[in-house]
Design a protein around this ligand. Structure first.
Ligand code: KE4
Length: 438
């Protein structure tokens, strides 16, 4: 059942003349799953169409942003209208506060925020702010969590770093990495021990409140609450990296989903990205006003960006978040129901074919781990049969379903996925398991 990827292969060869690996981001190169990556020509709703005209049900949604489906009409119209007024000014516009107000309606813990152009910038800036506010050097992160590619956070990271099985990255000096303590996710005792051994030295704890970058891993009961209490006790900031979970799990992300939205339970800082820009380059970081006011021009922590608050990106974000707020009840109920059926039905098909899958799902993000063990941290995720996952990925692609090309990534469902897509995905899985196990 070979796919005709001849045009994509020509485009790949051309891209490799200019771009390392032919890509602008490593996970797109399909190195973990093999074969040639299709080049996308267009997308609409739940579907991608590649350069050869092959059509796929999109199960990675640009790695999260496309919650409402591709080419969401209100976002398209808003971007077109904004583009008529010029793409960028490098000066303040009303749109930034308009989007900020919508974000604050979703995340009441974000008293003040600043827009940047990526999740990496959001997390990098939040770390610098935490260090500046506390005057402390150390940062705690968790193995398998990915917070973008800033030096301080490329230590035992997830996503592409995990996909390529590299401990971190070349080019990150030990003097930088030494101030990042990477601990096992869900291991609260390890966090307590780190604080005991680094008294008054730890600026913050940053985590994905639901991990997406080791595949999907939910926090253990009490893990988030225990981190909140411990960080407050030691005067460290708690940072929820909601770049992936923000607007994904609920309008207010994981902090709404798990009940940490406001008051004493809320994180001190939150980082956002992906959905907040409706697919255009937007990141954001925000939280307690007394912390955020440490940023220039008010305070001593410097952070800046030519395209921060870009008017086209703000327009796309506003159209997206306005829709989310206007439809959130039905939107998240529908996303949860559709995702539960896709994840559950395919797991049943796998079992019928004798394939052991551990399915981790939170809302409309999920992962089929090719292992029979529970997956609660990166160590257990790493026991997955990545070779079998790669076969499954290729077999599903050939059957018109494009999964994220790594065992260590989350799959995402959009509001554009419905019963037709559910049925097609389950049928494709039946064919894929049948073919790959012959
Ligand atoms: P960006 O710099 O890629 O916009 O965001 C970095 C980031 C920060 N925090 C979390 C929780 C994230 O998931 C990400 C980015 N996610 C990966 C996919 N797992 C981006 C995909 C890629 O690197 O191409």
């Amino acid at each position: 059942m070979a796919l005709d990827l001849s045009q994509s292969q020509l485009l790949q060869q051309r891209a490799e003349k200019f771009l390392p690996g032919g890509v602008d981001s490593p996970v797109r190169a399909f190195r973990a799953v093999g074969g040639h990556p299709p080049f996308v020509a267009s997308a609409k709703g739940a579907y991608l169409t590649d350069a050869d005209g092959n059509r796929y049900i999109d199960m990675f949604g640009s790695w999260g942003p496309m919650l409402l489906g591709h080419a969401f009409p209100p976002a398209v119209e808003a971007i077109k209208a904004a583009a008529e007024l010029s793409a960028s000014f490098g000066a303040s516009t009303a749109a930034e506060a308009n989007l900020a107000e919508l974000v604050q309606r979703c995340f009441p813990s974000i008293e003040k925020m600043r827009f940047v152009s990526s999740g990496t910038e959001a997390c990098m800036s939040a770390i610098r702010l935490a260090r500046g506010f506390t005057g402390r050097p150390f940062v705690i992160k968790f193995e398998g969590c990915y917070h973008g590619h800033a030096d301080a956070l490329l230590v035992k990271a997830g996503s592409g770093v995990a996909t390529f099985g590299i401990p971190g990255s070349a080019g990150v000096p030990n003097e930088t990495a030494m101030h990042t303590l990477a601990l096992p996710y869900n291991d609260f005792a390890a966090v307590e021990a780190a604080f005991e051994s680094h008294p008054e030295q730890i600026a913050c704890v940053i985590l994905e409140p639901v991990v997406g970058n080791a595949g999907t891993i939910a926090p253990a009961p009490e893990f988030l609450a225990s981190l909140r209490r411990l960080t407050r006790k030691h005067g460290a900031l708690l940072i929820f990296d909601e770049v992936m979970t923000g607007f994904r799990l609920a309008a207010g992300g994981a902090q709404e989903y798990f009940g940490f939205a406001s008051g004493e339970d809320a994180p001190d800082l939150t980082t956002l990205g992906k959905i907040v820009g409706g697919g255009l380059p937007v990141g954001a970081f925000g939280g307690r006003a007394e912390v955020m006011d440490f940023l220039a021009p008010l305070g001593p922590v410097y952070q800046a960006g030519t395209l921060s608050g870009n008017p086209l990106a703000m327009a796309a974000g506003i159209a997206t978040i306005e829709h989310i707020l206007a439809h959130k009840g039905a939107l998240y109920a529908g996303l949860d129901e559709t995702t539960a059926e896709i994840a559950g039905e395919v797991a049943l098909v796998a079992a019928e074919h004798g394939v052991a899958l551990t399915t981790n799902r939170v809302g409309s993000m999920f992962t089929w781990f090719f292992t029979s063990e529970d997956v609660t941290d990166f160590a257990t995720a790493s026991k997955s049969d990545t070779a079998l996952f790669a076969k499954f990925h290729r077999a599903m692609l050939e059957r018109g379903v494009w999964l994220p090309p790594s065992q260590y990534e989350a799959a995402f469902v959009s509001a554009a996925h419905g019963q037709t897509e559910i049925d097609a995905i389950v049928a494709a899985a039946n064919g894929a398991f049948g073919a790959m196990l012959k």
